[in-house]
Design a protein around this ligand. Structure first.
Ligand code: SF4
Length: 477
């Protein structure tokens, strides 16, 4: 069919990397079904809203958007609206009740059905809501990585290794909307990375809610099935080594680990595997043991810091980032000062800091009597920002004068004359090149200046193979 006659789609993504990855799979399925990507909603026949319920007021924003989309839909025959993701999983039939013009509502375990549901709603002209409560035991359904994808970037890719979460952090809706923790078969992950490398991907990010517990369920299931030879041991470390050994893969990242499950074997695998980047996202959430217990995080501040020291001793030049929630219900000034102390001691390279906001359906949402005054929470947030920026700028200044390997992302968003990319420590670097560099290529850059959120430098060299640092002189570019 000529491209101008094909139906067009756009996917709007809200929320975390897991959702971004699901959106790539939804786009891949729609393209496999003959649709092509539209530049904008005005040009589209299908709009997918892949929702998240982590953000504050996500419900109000979704239903507000859907109100506007009623007009969009009425402007052209055959237009369809899909609502997918965590908010669809949480609200279920409510989406169709509040917005009867939505054609398909599908949950987090239904990504693999995107194209079929869209087609069924079109041919029957009846809206469909399909929400599976648990992932079905089928690799395509459980692990969207096994589905075709339309990757946003040709040179890097998410790789799902696990879905769901068995923890019960009081502030988090993920276990309710993503279900129990399930690990993807080991060989399937490695095979996918091998295929990605053949397709030209050089950087992969292994994705799960609690990657350090990867494989525990597989090992337990094998033992329950009578295989006594299976030992319970940290499979994630093996996975890092095997994925890092795939020919063509130059960078391996992962997110997110849980501090209570961090293992020395993981640090050793990071140190031994040259492709694994020297970056650890290590979510603190609070520095107060009392608040950590209220959150059900399963570690103390002391244990957290001990493991951080171990990580830095094992992995040279390790950059560390974190997530911290300010104003969790019941947080006192004393609790908050513990957070400031731990943040200062941890010397983060960067931190995602959030003021607590109540998410319906979580345990913390029920702690209303202990909610912290918003003015107090804002003032604490500002004090924390000063502490984390102090260490961020110190870490960046320490890199001035060094030569960093950068994976090129393309022209800077603010200044197209400047090239941007990421260092192995996941720091954004801006630099001027003698000629435009292809997104996905590697370069070396001398860092000349530091800012709290990025580095500035001069282009040094083009790197043909970042793992083996074969350098091509600038003159031959
Ligand atoms: S570990 Fe905690 S914060 Fe992370 S997904 Fe599970 S419940 Fe949520």
């Amino acid at each position: 069919m000529p491209e101008q006659d094909q139906r067009r789609y756009v996917v709007h993504t809200y929320g975390c990397q897991m959702n971004e990855h699901d959106s790539e799979r939804i786009a891949g399925l729609l393209e496999a079904d003959g649709l092509v990507r539209a530049e904008s909603e005005a040009d589209a026949d299908v709009v997918v809203l892949n929702t998240c319920c982590i953000r504050e007021n996500a419900d109000n924003k979704l239903y507000g958007n859907l109100g506007h989309m009623k007009t969009w839909k009425a402007k052209k025959n055959g237009r369809q609206i899909v609502v997918s993701g965590c908010l669809a999983q949480k609200d279920q039939d409510l989406v169709a009740q509040k917005a009867g013009h939505v054609d398909v509502v599908m949950g987090t375990h239904n990504v693999h059905r995107a194209a079929e549901l869209l087609e069924a709603a079109k041919s029957s002209n009846v809206p469909i809501t399909e929400i599976l409560e648990v992932a079905v035991v089928d690799d395509h359904a459980m692990f969207p990585s096994a589905l075709p994808a339309r990757r946003e970037k040709s040179y890097n890719s998410w790789v799902t290794i696990q879905i769901g979460c068995d923890n019960s952090c009081a502030f988090c809706i993920v276990p309710a909307v993503r279900g129990e923790e399930m690990s993807r078969p080991y060989a399937d992950i490695v095979a996918e990375v091998e295929q990605l490398a053949i397709d030209g991907v050089s950087e992969v990010t292994l994705l799960g809610q609690n990657v350090n517990s990867y494989g525990r369920d597989l090992q337990l299931a094998a033992r329950q099935a009578g295989d006594d030879s299976v030992k319970l041991r940290p499979l994630f470390a093996d996975l890092l080594r095997d994925v890092g050994a795939v020919d063509g893969i130059q960078r391996v990242r992962y997110t997110s680990p849980h501090p209570k499950d961090m293992r020395p074997e993981t640090f050793a695998a990071m140190a031994d595997t040259s492709a694994v980047c020297e970056h650890l996202h290590y979510p603190l959430q609070s520095g107060s043991d009392r608040v950590l217990a209220l959150m059900h995080r399963g570690y103390t501040a002391e244990r957290y810091l001990e493991r951080l020291v171990e990580a830095r001793q094992t992995v040279p030049d390790l950059a560390v980032s974190t997530d911290i929630i300010v104003g969790f219900p019941g947080e006192t000034e004393d609790d908050f000062e513990r957070t400031l102390e731990v943040a200062a001691a941890a010397e983060y390279d960067y931190a995602y800091t959030f003021i607590f906001s109540s998410r319906p359906g979580t345990e913390a949402a029920e702690m209303e009597a202990d909610f912290v005054d918003p003015a107090v929470a804002s003032e604490r947030f500002e004090r924390l920002r000063v502490v984390v920026e102090r260490s961020a700028i110190a870490k960046h200044e320490a890199r001035v004068g060094r030569i960093e390997e950068v994976l090129v992302e393309g022209p800077s968003k603010k200044d197209p004359g400047v090239t941007s990319g990421r260092t192995r420590q996941n720091k954004l670097a801006h630099f001027v090149t003698p000629r435009p560099l292809r997104a996905g290529s590697y370069a070396t850059v001398e860092v000349t200046r530091a800012a709290p959120h990025h580095l500035i430098g001069n282009f040094v060299d083009y790197v043909a193979d970042a793992r083996h640092t074969v350098r091509i002189p600038v003159a031959s570019l």
